[in-house]
Design a protein around this ligand. Structure first.
Ligand SMILES: Cc1cc2nc3c(=O)[nH]c(=O)nc-3n(C[C@H](O)[C@H](O)[C@H](O)COP(=O)(O)OP(=O)(O)OC[C@H]3O[C@@H](n4cnc5c(N)ncnc54)[C@H](O)[C@@H]3O)c2cc1C
Ligand code: SF4
Length: 323
């Protein structure tokens, strides 16, 4: 059985960024991913293949709370859902960190403030080569460093729309974007982006911007096609000591490198999948104690789309603007 200091389950933005941040920590880290690398191929940019044939989605159905089946918007690849994300990377607003009353209930305060978080936003924007322009949006939170790269310029149609919005006293601003439009960068401003994988690896997603650089450190080992099937705890039910992995028809186990200590294991498998995995954590006597403790603390999150995007003769990468 192989042993590690830390196992990170999932290589989406959560697991990818974590492995990147810890790549030089001296820990022996296993990065576990149920999927494989997403291939660079002509279908990456084919609306027919991506949307009609759902080429990059798993052939599985989930069920909602009423037992109704649906096809989940998940992507099991190195990079997770960021392989197809829109790379729109705005910061949360300062007030988002405090308790806010919404139509559907109270959003509780975060345990950290925006000011505590701010330096990490700067680091993330560097890591993801974010293009943007500060000082236009009146709701923008304070920042201690400028955007790493200038905003992605608007196309003529969007420039015109922006002018018309400004005439109505609105404040359109450039949506911060993580695409490689640096001088000599890889982005060719193709006709796709949000919803599609980037064939030329120019999107700042978790695979390209986090996992691959983390692997270069030599401290992080990636296991693809490794499905974390069960988290096994000690007798107290509070410490994970082993992880059972299903891989290519075989069952493997990984454990803690230092005997008698708990394996540090981080679940960043995406909201619902993390819950599902915690639900199958078992202690030596078969109880799911860890699962129930952790489940009560875990929350599902989704993001609200507020960017103006389009699919017309104008290139998609230019059609991003928040008003
Ligand atoms: C079409 C689309 C557009 C989006 N656009 C934007 C955008 O513009 N800006 C933005 O900020 N966000 C965007 N998002 C959302 C963003 O992609 C997600 O918020 C982000 O990917 C979540 O990261 P995560 O690490 O939590 O989970 P995921 O990205 O879901 O990654 C989870 C990973 O864990 C793996 N995994 C799951 N279970 C197991 C298991 N048991 N064992 C091993 N591996 C496992 C999965 O295969 C996956 O790789 C978009 C999402 C989609 C689908
Ligand atoms: S617009 Fe640029 S980053 Fe987006 S998919 Fe096309 S080439 Fe890649």
């Amino acid at each position: 059985m192989k042993a590690y200091d830390l196992v990170i389950i999932g290589t989406g933005m959560g697991g990818g960024a974590l492995s990147y941040a810890l790549r030089d920590s001296g820990r022996k880290i296993l990065l576990l991913e149920r999927g494989d690398y997403l291939p660079s191929e002509p279908e990456n940019w084919s609306p027919e293949a991506v949307f009609a044939q759902t080429r990059y989605k798993p052939k599985e159905q989930w069920f909602d709370e009423n037992g109704q089946p649906f096809f989940p918007g998940v992507h099991y690849f190195v990079g997770g859902n960021t392989k197809v994300y829109g790379a729109a990377l705005p910061r949360l607003r300062k007030e988002d960190f405090s308790s806010i009353e919404h139509e559907e209930g109270l959003s509780p305060a975060w345990p950290v403030t925006y000011d505590e978080f701010e330096p990490y936003y700067c680091r993330a924007e560097q890591m993801l080569s974010v293009h943007g322009e500060a000082g236009i949006d009146p709701t923008e939170p304070p920042r201690s460093a400028p955007f790493p790269y200038p905003a992605v310029p608007h196309e003529r149609y969007i420039e015109d729309l922006k002018t018309r919005l400004e005439l109505q006293s609105l404040h359109p601003y450039f949506l911060p974007l993580g695409i490689d439009l640096r001088p000599g960068g890889r982005c060719i401003r193709c006709k796709t982006c949000d919803g599609f994988p980037c064939k030329v690896h120019a999107k700042s997603e978790a695979d390209v911007s986090c996992v691959r650089p983390a692997l270069e450190s030599g401290n992080v080992e990636l296991m693809t096609r490794g499905f974390a099937r069960r988290l096994i705890t000690d007798g107290s039910g509070k410490k994970i000591t082993e992880i059972e992995i299903a891989r290519d028809g075989e069952t493997l186990r990984v454990s803690d490198r230092h005997l008698n200590e708990a394996l540090t294991e981080l679940l960043v498998a995406g909201g619902p999948l993390t819950k599902s995995l915690l639900g199958v954590a078992k202690d030596a006597s078969g109880n799911g104690a860890l699962g129930s403790v952790a489940l009560s603390r875990s929350t599902c999150r989704s993001h609200v789309r507020c960017s103006g995007k389009g699919r017309s003769h104008v290139r998609a990468a230019d059609l991003r603007m928040v008003c």
